[in-house]
Design a binder for this molecule. Sequence first.
Ligand SMILES: O=C(O)CCC(=O)C(=O)O
Ligand SMILES: [Fe+2]
Length: 286
Amino acid sequence: MVAVERQHTKVTPDWHRWIAESLQAGARAVDILQTMLDNGFTERASWQAIDDALMAAPPEDAAIGDRPSFDSRLADGHVIDAGDRAVRVVTRIARPVVAVLDGVLSPEECAAFRGMAAERLHRSTVVHKEDGRNTVMDIRTSDGAYFQRAENELVALVDRRVSALMRLPEDHGEGLQVMRYGIGGEYQPHYDYFDPSDKGSQPHLDAGGQRIATLIMYLNDVEAGGETVFPRIDFSYVPKEGQALYFEYDMPEGRLDPLTLHGGAPVTQGEKWIVTKWMRERAFSG
Ligand SMILES: O=C(O)CCC(=O)C(=O)O
Ligand SMILES: [Fe+2]
């Protein structure tokens, strides 16, 4: 019989005390959560206990006006210089590192990408866990089109802008990937980084190393559905033409941030078009 690992759903008084003390000592809720997950508690039970502790005794130093620190590769400030464009920050989340950015692409650029991609769309694939090959699977039901770095003027312009924005050299970037989701089209929750324990990740890791950050740019407003969701932090972004969602997942000591689990919710009305840039830790031939 296969042993089923039981997860704890009951938080003991000792643990409640530890949570309260850790919060008072200034620990972050996400780090407390991680310790609890590592010790076999369910996510739901852990958050419940952390929330209870926060309600009972909010950290003394959490004065309104105190700004959390956003330790991110993105520049500070409300407006970021992306070379040929000023990009406005709409929202920042500290952990996982996420930012919503406005004005990354103009309406004309969005239309041009949709038009350019329409001619070469094919069913999107995912990396197979075992053999590393690009494989069609139900978890990702979109059509995609790949653009080699700098393959035409618009692609070159956007590659350059994205590199300035993400503060990583252009040659760390995979070619831009346009995706179109029709009604029912979705991308179920996944990590963008390659799971180092999967055999199939190896050929990808050998070329350019691990993926470390993602920029999803939205090429249209979606009528209904199609949100980009982060289920581990209950965060949902509603697509808006010209905006982008930035997130990074490389953490100190080579760890990868599991809170970046994310997906594209099914489109229920209209279409959804995005163009994505995945950045690697090293230069990469494309
Ligand atoms: O469609 C979405 O909102 C998510 C896309 C995504 O996860 C990706 O391009 O890696
Ligand atoms: Fe993704």
